[in-house]
Design a protein around this ligand. Structure first.
Ligand code: ATP
Length: 833
């Protein structure tokens, strides 16, 4: 995901609305659009209650509102119009819910409202949509849209951002295509002037997809889907323990009328036993036999709980709906299981947005404003999506039509076609679910192709390590391989700490944080010869390492060791798992999403405390070594005011500017409405800061610097803040490893782990083709699995080295480069220093 380039400023008035079913992240969209709009010189407006608000418009004249006069600011203001926009909002108007506002602005009878910078502050952490949403019957009629057009023109709005599902985006496209006709009609009716016809002849419109179902084509993710998945997985994790205690079966109904994404990802992430989704009905019809057979097999080996997930729109191949209640009856009557149904319903929509649903809408909201500024009558209405981790624009109607084609294919029973409209990850995931959930013992490989595969965790624990191990073990069992868990990394191997893992033994590992195998940072060169001897002794025919930078360097050592030790001539693969996300060439490591969510949770709590005491700056210290992923992306996800990254470091000049920025920001807060603010810094910053203060002392011998160099970062801020703000520090340390792995990390673990297993088999089979006595592994057979854009690639370890900054233990290039500037832009740092 890359932030955008700055655009020229404009005098445009742009409005944003949320429509259809609400989804987490809609508030972040509004926040991003308002802030990006103001930064580009636009006036920002919101439309309350979706299209219904457009149709209702403003029934009363706007109550006069003038922001309080600017406080005495002694410094030079670069951009007075920006400061005015900043002062326009105080963060209370849309939050108090009563419509009355002590500052003189009122929402009563007003649906199209101008907002300022601070009106949207802190919106990140709120679920749903604070500007309201609705399903508007009136907007579906030509008369309703004519009134809506009139209302927009009266208020002088010339650009609209619509965030909603496919219905809302269809409405947006119809509105824009009809716009010239509507303007002519309004002129003919004498409702607008000729100047208005000229000024508002072209409506700029752009769509963002807010939908928990992830059902929109041409984008990999929709806003809110990720949070909904969090809610579902939390529920299933909770149900798992009670199901196991009572040896019960649970049938869970989740949302998804035409799209099984939520059900599928939840089934994978929560380790469910069976799934029903609309796009892929059960293979066997009647399906009841298939379900009972699968569950019977699990129970026969001692599994105490059963989880079946049913998407709202699930059906059999004759399009007969499959209801959770009926599935329950089948399990209870045929298998005698004590079965309960849980319908998650609207709990899936609610709650605080997860990290992804703060970052995605922010990046898309910023791009939406750019798209509006660049829009001409000739350009189509765009939908802002995400593909291959990059924000993209696609013609809105094409995306809507493709989405509708999926439902049409399902209703024509053409399930292959329906699946083909989903992205390749969807079918990968479905296949992955079957592999890890089915206890299949009849399809084992021929004896000579079976292997003894060592599985090891290396480095610090990271969310998803156990899920990856569970997946590998289940795949091994299915294929007839022997999965050998090596406890405590290479140290454990030297201590003969190995044991065979079983299908049932890893059943509960999906949702477990930490490392079930045990992990440490020991590298194989601690005693390479003995490591090779152990490989031989245990007849290891492949090695699967899950871990961070140390796992990568371990693989490198083993590959180099092939020159001397034949035991290393086996396929070896490294699956990156580290909260630092510092393994070169991969955009995401397992654990990187979990830690981001841990950071967001912690910062939400800290912000609450900071807001309660007002005027407090919290300096939050993250982990991440010398890699700025967690600090930078985390800062965007929590709306931090300042971020220090290892890549950018710190200097006395930056510190001086930061203090200046904070002071000006607090001075501009409306009296009594200040808020807590977050500064994110990486863990080694103190040493760097001390060093630069010592250097400054040495060079300048300035008493003041000598005075402060003993103090911590937050103490310097506190001292400089004077009466304006106070400062405290919070070091998040190991809490960032997260308790329970996020659904995204779990699903990723399954997908990547299966690809690693396929890689190992491929290279093993290649080696089998060589004469037994002189078998040697080629360089390609020691690889790191990487995510590059949307593709997964296994890259030989020596090639990864070329992309590594070995000294700083990180990649030479990172996809989050430039995000620091976006963090700073969204708090107006450049405008205020
Ligand atoms: P969800 O995915 O939650 O259902 P959605 O955006 O698809 O969200 P809809 O109820 O289909 O939800 O649409 C929301 C609103 O968009 C409608 O209430 C209506 O005002 C407008 N809308 C939908 N389809 C059209 C259309 N064909 N013409 C004009 N307006 C439409």
């Amino acid at each position: 995901m890359a932030p955008d380039q700055p655009q020229p400023s404009s005098s445009m008035k742009l409005a944003v609305l949320t429509s259809g079913g609400d989804s987490a992240g809609m508030n972040a969209v509004v926040r991003a659009v308002v802030k990006a709009g103001i930064l580009k010189g636009c006036e920002a407006w919101i439309v309350r209650e979706g299209y219904e608000g457009l149709v209702r418009g403003n029934l009363e004249a706007e109550a006069p509102f003038a922001p309080e006069p600017l406080p005495e600011i002694t410094m030079k203001l670069h951009d007075p119009s920006f400061i005015q926009n900043l002062r326009f909002g105080d963060g209370e108007l849309l939050r108090d819910g009563t419509g009355d506002h002590p500052g003189g602005r009122s929402l009563k009878g007003r649906y199209i409202v101008r907002v300022g910078w601070d009106d949207v502050r802190g919106w990140f952490a709120e679920g749903g949509t604070l500007i309201g949403t609705a399903r508007s019957a009136a907007f579906r009629t030509p008369e309703g849209r004519l009134t809506a057009a009139h209302n927009l023109i009266i208020e002088g709005i010339d650009a609209l951002v619509v965030c909603g599902g496919d219905g809302s985006l269809t409405g947006a496209d119809i509105f824009r295509s009809e716009w010239p006709k509507l303007v002519q009609q309004l002129r003919a009716d004498g409702k607008i002037t000729d100047e208005q016809v000229t000024r508002y002849g072209h409506l700029r419109i752009v769509g963002l997809v807010g939908s928990i179902d992830n059902d929109m084509s041409m984008t990999d993710m929709t806003i809110g889907a990720s949070t909904a998945l969090h809610r579902i997985c939390e529920a299933i994790d909770n149900i798992n323990s009670t199901a196991s205690s009572h040896s019960r079966a649970f049938v869970l109904e989740v949302m998804g009328r035409h799209c099984g994404w939520l059900a599928l990802q939840a089934s994978i992430s929560a380790g469910a036993d069976f799934i029903f989704i609309p796009e892929r009905p059960p293979k066997v019809n009647p399906w009841e036999d298939e379900l009972c057979e699968a569950i019977k097999r699990h129970r026969a080996i001692g599994k105490r709980k059963t989880i079946v997930i049913v998407a709202e729109g699930a059906q059999d191949s004759d399009l007969k709906p499959i209801h959770a209640e009926y599935v329950k009856d089948v399990l209870a009557e045929r298998l005698g299981l004590d079965t309960r149904v849980t319908t998650l319903g609207h709990t899936q929509r609610g709650g605080r947005p997860c990290a992804y649903d703060r970052i995605l809408p922010t990046l898309q909201g910023v791009d939406a404003v750019n798209a509006l500024l660049e829009s001409t009558p000739e350009t189509p209405s765009y939908m802002i999506g995400i593909r291959e981790n990059k924000i993209i624009r696609v013609p809105l109607m094409e995306a809507v039509e493709m989405t509708r084609a999926v439902s049409a294919a399902i209703s024509e029973k053409d399930f292959e076609k329906a699946m083909s409209f989903r992205d390749p990850e969807f079918s990968d995931s479905l296949q992955g679910f079957h592999i890890v959930s089915e206890l299949e013992t009849e399809k084992k490989l021929p004896l000579e192709q079976r292997m003894r595969i060592g599985i090891m965790h290396i480095g610090a624990p990271a969310g998803g390590m156990n899920a990856a191990t569970r997946t590998a073990v289940r795949y091994c069992v299915r294929q007839g391989h022997t999965p050998l868990g090596i406890s405590n990394g290479f140290r454990g191997l030297l201590d003969d700490n190995l044991h065979e893992l079983s299908w049932l033994g890893v059943d509960s590992w999906m949702a477990r944080g930490g490392s079930e195998l045990g992990t440490n940072r020991t590298q194989p060169d601690i005693d390479l010869g003995t490591v090779a001897a152990k490989f031989q002794e245990y007849n290891l025919q492949a090695l699967f390492m899950i871990g961070g930078f140390e796992a990568f360097t371990s693989l490198l050592i083993l590959e180099n060791g092939r020159k001397y030790y034949p035991a290393f001539h086996i396929p070896m693969v490294h699956l990156p798992a580290t909260i630092s996300n510092n393994v070169p060439m991969t955009e995401f490591s397992l654990g990187s999403d979990t830690s981001l969510n841990a950071l967001v949770d912690a910062c939400d709590a800290i912000k609450q405390s900071a807001s309660a005491s007002r005027n407090r700056v919290f300096v939050v210290e993250t982990q991440g070594g010398r890699c700025g992923y967690l600090a930078t992306v985390g800062a965007l996800a929590v709306g931090a005011n300042i971020v220090y990254t290892p890549e950018h470091g710190i200097s006395l000049d930056t510190l001086r500017d930061d203090v200046k920025f904070l002071k000006r920001r607090y001075m501009l807060d409306v009296k009594g409405k200040s808020e807590g603010r977050i500064v994110i810094r990486y863990d080694h910053l103190t040493c760097v800061l001390r060093l630069c203060l010592i250097n400054a002392c040495n060079e300048q011998k300035r008493g003041r610097i000598v005075g402060i160099y003993h103090r911590c970062h937050h103490q310097i801020l506190k001292e400089e803040g004077g009466s304006l703000f106070d400062s405290r520090q919070a070091s998040l340390g190991h809490t960032l490893q997260g308790g329970v792995p996020s659904p995204m990390d779990r699903a990723r673990a399954v997908r990547l782990s299966l690809k690693c297993m396929a890689f190992i088999e491929k290279h093993h089979n290649l080696m089998l083709q060589q004469p037994t006595k002189s078998r040697s592994a080629d360089r390609e057979s020691a690889a790191v699995i990487t995510i590059q854009a949307s593709s997964v690639q296994l890259v030989p370890v020596d090639e990864v080295v070329a992309h590594a900054d070995m000294k700083n233990r990180r990649g030479k290039r990172t996809w989050w480069e430039g995000m620091k500037e976006l963090v700073e832009a969204l708090v107006a740092r450049p405008q205020l220093i």
